[in-house]
Design a protein around this ligand. Structure first.
Ligand SMILES: Cc1cc2nc3c(=O)[nH]c(=O)nc-3n(C[C@H](O)[C@H](O)[C@H](O)COP(=O)(O)OP(=O)(O)OC[C@H]3O[C@@H](n4cnc5c(N)ncnc54)[C@H](O)[C@@H]3O)c2cc1C
Length: 234
């Protein structure tokens, strides 16, 4: 069901340079249901902008989004001027990039704020029993661009079959869970052909990155086409 929502800005914080976390508390309707991976269509003064929901469906009275304001167009400027307590309007939930409920291993690939819908999926899966094998690969440039590390570490402590790899392309970090270089190398060093063939692959980020990752995976592994699910941030 598609809702026309009015919500209050509960939290706004800059979690990394140019990356803002927003939490919207729903006012009308007071709660909505959605599937992990879906997005909101945020009303801005001259139109609409899409932002993925990063919170779990179980938190049905609030919606979290992660916003990269580097485009600095009308959507970014609107969000930047919002203050806690302010009111926003959006339509939700929208989108077919949704988590498929099955027991397959899941390989999640994100760049930048493409992590948002994958976080919603991970939170949702972490509430299930048993938790399927879950592999997250997240591409960012530098350590200062990284957030959510304590969340990944908590989920990993509870569910050792959730593994996460933060791939930094422009900085070396000799710490567990960090990989120096591009995601492609990290994926091939962590995912066996057997797991690749069994898994569902979820990708989210800039179109060129999503397309090049799908091409790379198809060259490296034998993965049926219908196991790829992606959202391209245009
Ligand atoms: C389904 C969907 C879900 C999305 N979810 C998210 C999300 O959760 N978080 C998020 O941050 N974004 C998300 N996006 C992307 C976001 O909707 C766009 O970046 C949006 O256009 C930004 O609005 P704006 O008015 O600030 O910039 P616009 O005026 O729309 O764009 C300004 C210009 O900047 C370019 N541009 C876009 N992104 C960047 C960038 N990163 N760096 C430099 N230039 C850029 C655009 O191509 C355009 O030419 C999503 C997009 C889609 C399609």
């Amino acid at each position: 069901m598609l809702y026309q929502c009015a919500a209050t800005v509960k939290a706004k914080e800059e979690v990394a340079p140019f990356i803002y976390r927003f939490v919207f508390t729903l006012k009308d309707p007071p709660l909505i249901s959605f599937t992990p991976g879906q997005y909101i269509l945020l009303q801005i003064p001259d139109g609409f902008r899409q932002y993925s929901i990063s919170s779990a469906p179980s938190e049905s009275t609030r919606i979290e989004t992660m916003v990269d304001v580097t485009p600095m167009g009308p959507g970014s400027r609107y969000l930047l001027q919002l203050k806690e307590g302010g009111v926003v309007n959006f339509r939700a939930p929208i989108g077919v990039f949704t988590l498929k409920e099955n027991h397959r291993p899941k390989i999640l690939l994100a760049t930048g704020t493409g992590i948002a819908p994958l976080k919603s999926m991970i939170l949702h899966i972490a509430q299930q029993q048993p938790v399927p094998d879950l592999y997250l690969f997240w591409g960012l440039r530098r350590k200062k661009d990284v957030y959510f590390t304590s969340l990944w570490s908590e989920i990993n402590a509870k569910h050792p079959n959730f593994s996460y790899h933060i791939c930094l392309s422009r900085e070396r970090m000799d710490e567990p869970h960090y990989f120096n270089g591009h995601m492609q190398e990290c994926i091939t060093s962590s995912i066996t052909p057997e797991v690749a063939a069994q898994a569902d692959w979820y990708l989210c980020g800039r179109p060129i990155v999503v397309e090049s990752l799908v091409t790379f995976i198809q060259q490296q592994y034998t993965v049926p086409k219908d196991r790829f699910f992606h959202e391209k941030y245009t």
